[in-house]
Design a protein around this ligand. Structure first.
Ligand code: SAM
Length: 249
């Protein structure tokens, strides 16, 4: 049975509390009998995410095979599912940090016996090497970095690259990355934009405008891409709402 998100949770809660027959209207465009459920479900979803982020210290202590990886667990699971389902054979990552996510991708590629990762960061914080990872140092939008990407894709004979944006999450930088890296994504492949939660939760208000604003601005001027809503909300509790952008043409 498919669970219909926070909405279903709220309806269940209302049934438990005997409020299921109550009708309500709201001022945010939601109308009719479901208005109250919609408002509560949005609030409940935000509250649950906030609780998870605070409880896990924003995933700051998560590890993958012993290495720190700064990722929400549901999102990283969706990533491995996508890599397998789509036949991804190359990951272009902006934002290496300590290399945890690059190491995660490389581990999946080890198991699949294919694939390579190029990861880019302004800082050199990763202290390991891996045969499936190329570390580049510089800003993700620096032409000196961007010009190296096609050669790396060709060198590894990759046919299905995936772009993974997890560097500076300010809207301006993410928009620049989306515009610069979209050229590396073939039809049917994806750009995954991390941390749109910044624009959703009050907790991150100081870091706005963030990735969701960049996604909206990018899609307004580039109709080759669309949001894969199913994948973006795969496990409900995501750090990256509307984060999976599929190249459709
Ligand atoms: C959220 S962390 C990356 C976490 C990592 N992907 C992981 O899951 O373990 C963001 C990283 O982006 C880097 N960064 C910030 N601005 C950047 C830029 N313009 N280009 C490349 N990397 C940048 C920071 O130095 C930081 O290490």
């Amino acid at each position: 049975m498919r669970y219909e998100g926070w909405h279903a949770v709220v309806n269940k809660l209302k049934a438990f509390t005997g409020r299921s027959g109550k009708r309500a209207t709201s001022s945010d465009g939601v109308a009719g009998a479901d208005a109250e459920a919609q408002l509560i479900s949005n609030a409940l979803g935000r509250a649950a995410k906030e609780a998870m982020i605070i409880h896990t210290d924003n995933f700051g202590r998560v590890t993958w095979l012993g290495r720190p990886v700064w990722q929400n667990l549901t999102d990283i699971w969706t990533l491995q599912e996508a890599i397998c389902a789509d036949g991804v054979d190359f990951v272009i990552e902006c934002g290496t940090n300590m290399g945890g996510s690059a190491f995660f991708f490389a581990s999946i590629f080890d198991l699949l016996q294919r694939g390579h990762v190029v990861t880019i960061d302004v800082e050199q914080l990763a202290t390991f090497t891996h045969p499936r990872i190329t570390f580049l140092h510089g800003s993700s939008t620096d032409p000196k970095i961007l010009t190296q990407i096609p050669d790396l894709i060709a060198e590894h004979g990759a046919k299905k690259p995936m772009v993974f944006l997890d560097s500076d999450h300010s809207a301006g930088h993410v928009l620049a990355e989306l515009r610069a890296y979209s050229q590396f994504v073939p039809v049917g492949c994806y750009m995954m934009v991390q941390d749109g939660v910044i624009d959703e939760l009050e907790l991150f208000a100081d870091s706005r405008p963030g990735p969701l604003v960049a996604i909206r601005d990018f899609l307004a001027t580039d109709d080759r891409f669309e949001i894969d809503e199913e994948r973006s909300s795969r496990y409900l509790l995501t750090h990256s709402p509307d984060g999976w952008l599929r190249r459709r043409r």
